[in-house]
Design a protein around this ligand. Sequence first.
Ligand SMILES: C[S@@+](CC[C@H](N)C(=O)[O-])C[C@H]1O[C@@H](n2cnc3c(N)ncnc32)[C@H](O)[C@@H]1O
Length: 340
Amino acid sequence: MAFCFNFDLQTNIGRGTDEDKIYREEPNETKGVDSIDTRKTEANVEKVKEAKEHSPPEEYQSLLEDAVCETFSLGSLPPIHHLNESVFEKTASENSDSEKILSQTAAQHTDLITGLYEGGLKVWECTYDLLEYLDDEGEVFSGRRVLDLGCGAGLLGILALKRGAHEVHFQDYNSTVIERLTLPNVLLNCEEEEDDDDNAGKQDQEGEKDDSPIPKRRAIGPTKRSKLGRCRFFSGDWTSFLSQILSEDPPPKYDMIMTSETIYNTAYYPSLHEVFHKLLAPDGLIYLATKAHYFGVGGGLYLFQNFIEQKDVFKMKCLKNVEEGLQRHIVALSFRKTEK
Ligand SMILES: C[S@@+](CC[C@H](N)C(=O)[O-])C[C@H]1O[C@@H](n2cnc3c(N)ncnc32)[C@H](O)[C@@H]1O
């Protein structure tokens, strides 16, 4: 089930020298959105989904039983294993979840139900854009504290973990996503594999997805424990997540926040901005990957940039534009002035 947005967006990206003023023109055509249910938008954004921290179960193997897995390989990135997303739709009738999002998304054939299900059960294409960018740039994660915000399958955080991040926190709106997808995916990648980090450079062609069975797994060992021990998992809406994290003593500050396809709904901008503002380390960096515009929900980079400028806390820099298919972008945000 793929998103399909048709639009024609003129931008000034890459022209001129003022990197803070990149996105100036709004999309001029809106048609053809199919997988978003926005009927409940107004009502649902007022709801709060309480934050919850999820611990990996002791009996983690049960999470991986009957798992159908894929491996994403690209350039010099370590292979990233993840559950095949189509399984959720196919097995929705047999599986239940307390949020009831599995049955609802399957019945409605939708990738997003505002305020109920925010889309985390599939890997969205900007995640792949950002992975590619991180590979091209040879981004270093060693020793850093990283937040994968709106993580869904968690591929960005998993990359950081495999590349030696000191700590990786995964956050998604839906507890079902964290329990059924993010956590299993992290576990898959914590397995001690022969082809893990050390052999990362030997992987095959660009962006190749391999749905052959996952590599041989071994019993839980010290590497796995140490990788998992560096992760934390949270569900809930951003406001609630922020107050939970800020109640810790001391609250964590992240050296890097990575977030993909999370600015589609303008109603969420204040809480998203607050998370960035309160949780980014003074010299930290936010990588944000997004489509230019999200029809059906209305958000996009142009509106988000306006919001950022009004707040005057962060500066935004364009890192990469993807012109094939839907227009997509990768931008970086950092504090305008170093926050104390
Ligand atoms: C479209 S999905 C993208 C998932 C993943 N980042 C990807 O690129 O595959 C948007 C994600 O943003 C998060 N999200 C959106 N609105 C949110 C909100 N108000 N509070 C918390 N999380 C939210 C959800 O966790 C959801 O998984």
